[in-house]
Design a protein around this ligand. Sequence first.
Ligand code: HEC
Ligand code: HEC
Ligand code: HEC
Ligand code: HEC
Ligand code: HEC
Ligand code: HEC
Ligand code: HEC
Length: 336
Amino acid sequence: MLYLKKVCCLALILLSDFNLIKMKKYLILLFTVIPLMYLYSQNDREKENRKINEKCFTCHGQSTYQFYNPEAARDVKYRMNPYRIIYSDRYYMSVHKSFKCTDCHSEDYDSFPHPSTLRFEIHYQCIDCHGGDETYAKFNFEKIEEEFLSSIHSTNHSDEFSCWMCHSPHYYSLSARKESNTKNIVAYSNSICLNCHSNIDNYQLISNERNSDLISKHDWLPNQQAHFNSVRCIDCHAEMNEDVLVAHKIKSKNDAVKNCIECHSQNSKLLESLYRYDIKERTSKYGFYNARILNETFIIGANRNYLLNILSVVMASGILLLILFHLFFRIIKKTK
Ligand code: HEC
Ligand code: HEC
Ligand code: HEC
Ligand code: HEC
Ligand code: HEC
Ligand code: HEC
Ligand code: HEC
């Protein structure tokens, strides 16, 4: 940013000092047309890819598909397996919306029936594309990978459990980093876990066991629904890390947070995780630390009720006044 300002200043000085019409034209070209060309080419690529994807979406975008059957010598219609349906509106909101399907899948999918060898297709992993890339440094992919590899999911099921299990290849979008409403962040984050822990079909992709009933497993927690709407599963189940915005090291259930004080206290754990970004913003805005929790969620111990505070001040000053009154009359009595 500073660099950009310097360049602009220099350009302005040059322009005002020499007032070279030709130079001005050249600079205008440099500062407007080239960025526009860049934007255009990006949009162009996205548009082009959308067109290419349409072919895949005519079958994978809805519940039925149609093709010409040469044996029957006519068009036939079948139902698409729901697990193979991809909703285009959600696809085009995801972080990889600018991709064409065949950026991740084999070009051979272009023909139908798809060649049977495609069943053995190996998928890219996040780190194949994002690892060591400066553009994504802020996400800390390497650190996340490290945390994931030491999580209970990965250590118990290393090969079956990949990043794609939680990050849908076709719909994944950012939330904690972009969203300002904490409830929405919580809902999105928890839906990722529940999509498997409350869905036996997905759970049994990984485990031969049945998934346990989460409601009864958490019945020690009062107001369970209120908690699940306000805290993320990872706030109790994952290890915090300064460098990673979203913790990825899920620990065994024996190491989960069960102690109410960890959240319901002045230096709540939540201030370092879920409300971390919020706090930075609010600290500069309102000038005090745990504003979010104090204002919006009444957390035992972290906060005193505002009305009660006023009431106690009123009561305390009332008593003080009474004592002063009493003292005043005693002194007057004595001096008489
Ligand atoms: C004429 C309809 C049709 C078109 C067009 C089509 N597909 Fe498919 N696709 C299917 C059907 C039906 C299946 C499931 C049967 C099979 O695997 O062949 C499938 C399976 C797949 C699978 C494997 C799913 C799995 O569970 O392993 C992938 C990946 C895939 N398609 C990608 C694509 C891509 C990418 C395109 C566009 C380049 C595309 N398909 C175009 C009908 C179609
Ligand atoms: C960012 C990479 C990426 C892009 C882009 C992508 N896919 Fe996929 N796709 C994957 C991965 C990875 C899997 C396997 C998911 C898994 O292992 O759980 C997959 C699985 C599938 C499946 C099998 C069903 C499922 O959801 O597991 C189908 C069908 C499919 N893709 C079709 C498409 C079509 C059609 C497009 C374009 C509209 C597309 N994919 C774009 C990475 C991608
Ligand atoms: C085939 C390569 C490839 C794979 C695999 C891949 N990505 Fe990406 N990803 C990209 C590219 C390229 C972009 C930039 C897209 C753009 O700018 O339109 C991107 C964008 C993103 C962004 C948005 C960055 C931003 O600044 O908004 C996130 C987050 C992301 N990917 C996460 C993931 C995760 C998590 C996985 C694995 C579950 C993954 N990606 C797998 C290539 C890939
Ligand atoms: C057990 C589920 C799970 C697994 C496995 C998982 N993630 Fe995540 N990941 C999440 C959740 C939940 C979020 C929070 C989404 C949000 O709020 O943006 C997240 C967020 C992210 C983000 C965005 C963080 C940010 O700074 O904005 C990245 C990048 C990411 N994951 C990468 C990965 C990579 C790479 C892997 C595999 C090595 C992986 N994840 C495996 C659950 C998982
Ligand atoms: C694709 C399915 C899937 C997803 C998504 C998933 N899990 Fe799991 N999880 C499992 C399976 C399977 C196990 C059992 C592992 C084993 O065999 O020990 C497990 C185990 C656990 C355990 C350990 C329980 C114990 O017995 O110690 C916790 C805690 C947990 N998951 C929390 C989460 C959280 C939090 C998320 C979301 C960030 C999440 N899981 C996402 C499938 C999933
Ligand atoms: C307030 C903290 C807290 C929250 C929030 C929370 N958990 Fe737990 N969870 C625990 C504790 C503590 C245990 C261990 C309970 C025990 O062993 O009695 C546990 C147990 C579990 C288990 C193991 C169940 C078994 O088979 O014994 C799973 C799986 C799990 N939680 C997943 C989740 C998911 C998914 C979410 C989000 C929807 C979630 N938890 C939210 C604290 C929490
Ligand atoms: C991971 C952090 C966390 C832990 C651990 C936790 N809480 Fe909470 N609790 C919260 C948050 C955040 C809220 C605010 C919920 C809301 O939006 O009303 C809350 C709300 C409550 C409420 C008020 C519910 C309502 O409907 O307003 C009670 C009572 C409560 N917690 C008791 C407990 C008890 C008892 C424990 C220990 C067994 C516990 N909590 C553990 C974070 C936590």
